[in-house]
Design a protein around this ligand. Structure first.
Ligand SMILES: [Mg+2]
Length: 388
């Protein structure tokens, strides 16, 4: 079996509302799908993390740099291919876009291997540790609106995410210490006392500002405080973790086993959030997961993007061993974007319908059962939304 082509599809549509996080507002949603074709007609799908123009730069890496390296190779040799590409790109980027590009290709190869073996990806990974996965809903994005309105909206949105059946919810931070504490207080009021909520700063604080917000989150009994400081600031992470009761979460901006080794050894993470579509794909995710567990750090994957990314993460979460295990073990969760996302809800011929699964089961979703990722993207949908 041989790889005959590696193609990127960059999709885009205008969101019904402007959304934002601590770094920027955005008006469009982008998705970057990777399609790997073989001489035997088996096709694999993957996804690269990276919004907007980053997706276009990653497409150039996928098609212009990685494709010529691997065309003609046997796609079943996914680990050989991973190392061949990484070794050749090492001098030009051990983190960031080269790894995001490689991630989408690697995921597509796992899809191919599963289809050839007639096994779902979770089975290739060793089997399901859980039949169903808890799902948390993130929403409460920043918007260009007055703070008073935002506070009221956060309170209502938090309650509606809880009422939709999600097991927990996550809000954005990013207005500055004083207003962020008001937003977090509104979210606690919205969900009530017996419900988990998390807060995501997208690395907008200094350590001292993060401490001030973190103390408020402690008072509000938040479950985790995500990316409080810059991802490079391992000392800041460690200080916050030793000072706060709330779990410190992060890692979505870290790449490959070597980046993760350093991050974990700095002991600043209470919860690790590896992003499979960025850190190097499923092959590298498995190594990062082993490193996290070797450091006894629980993992809740970062999930962003289309139905391809969501399906990939459902397989990974189903196949993740409990840490440390037991009769009532600590469980990971699927991260789910409750804002408008056509690329998740409209891309597949048979949608994952996470929202419906949650409603029916009280907060759970299952990994797809078909071979590979167990999904079939709709080519008409892709053609309609492709910008490049
Ligand atoms: Mg985040």
């Amino acid at each position: 079996m041989k790889i005959t082509s590696v193609k990127s599809h960059v999709l885009r549509y205008a969101l019904p509302e402007t959304l934002g996080y601590s770094q920027q507002f955005y008006t469009h949603r982008t998705a970057h799908l990777v399609e790997v074709q073989t001489d035997e007609g088996v096709v694999g799908w993957g996804e690269c993390f990276g919004p907007g123009p980053v997706a276009l730069a990653n497409k150039a890496i996928v098609e212009g740099v990685i494709a010529p390296i691997i065309e003609g190779d046997n796609p079943l040799n996914k680990d050989v291919i991973w190392h061949k590409v990484y070794n050749l790109l090492r001098d030009h980027g051990q983190k960031g876009m080269p790894l995001q590009a490689l991630s989408g290709v690697d995921i597509a190869l796992w899809d191919i291997v599963g289809k050839v073996a007639n096994l779902p990806v979770y089975a290739l990974l060793g089997g399901k540790h859980r039949d169903r996965i808890e799902v948390y809903g993130y929403g409460m994005m920043l918007r260009p609106e007055p703070v008073v309105e935002m506070i009221a909206r956060f309170r209502d949105e938090a309650a509606s995410i809880r009422d939709a059946g999600f097991v927990a919810t996550k809000m954005k931070l990013g207005l500055g210490v004083k207003d962020d504490i008001k937003l977090a207080t509104a979210v606690r009021e919205g969900v009530g006392d017996d419900y988990r909520f998390m807060a995501d700063a997208n690395h907008c604080y200094t350590t001292s500002d993060a401490l001030a917000v973190g103390r408020a989150l402690d008072e509000l009994d938040a479950y985790w405080f995500e990316e409080p400081v810059a991802p490079e600031d391992h000392d800041g992470y460690r200080e916050l973790r030793s000072s706060l009761k709330t779990n410190i979460a992060g890692g979505e901006a870290e790449f490959n086993r070597w980046g993760w080794r350093t991050l974990l050894e700095s002991r600043g993470l209470g919860i690790a959030q590896p992003e499979v579509c960025a850190l190097g794909g499923i092959s590298e995710y498995q190594r990062v997961l082993a490193l996290c567990h070797a450091h006894f750090t629980p993992v809740v994957n970062h999930v962003w993007g289309s139905a391809v990314a969501v399906a990939t993460n459902l397989h990974l979460l189903a196949a993740m061993p409990a840490l440390p295990g037991g009769l009532h073990p600590w469980e990971p969760m699927l991260e789910f974007d409750t804002t408008h996302n056509d690329f998740r809800d409209g891309l597949l011929k048979q949608p994952l319908d996470i929202q419906g699964q949650i409603k029916a089961s009280g907060g759970y979703a299952c990994a797809p059962e078909g071979p590979g990722l167990g999904i079939e993207p709709d080519r008409d949908f892709i053609a309609h939304h492709t910008i490049h």
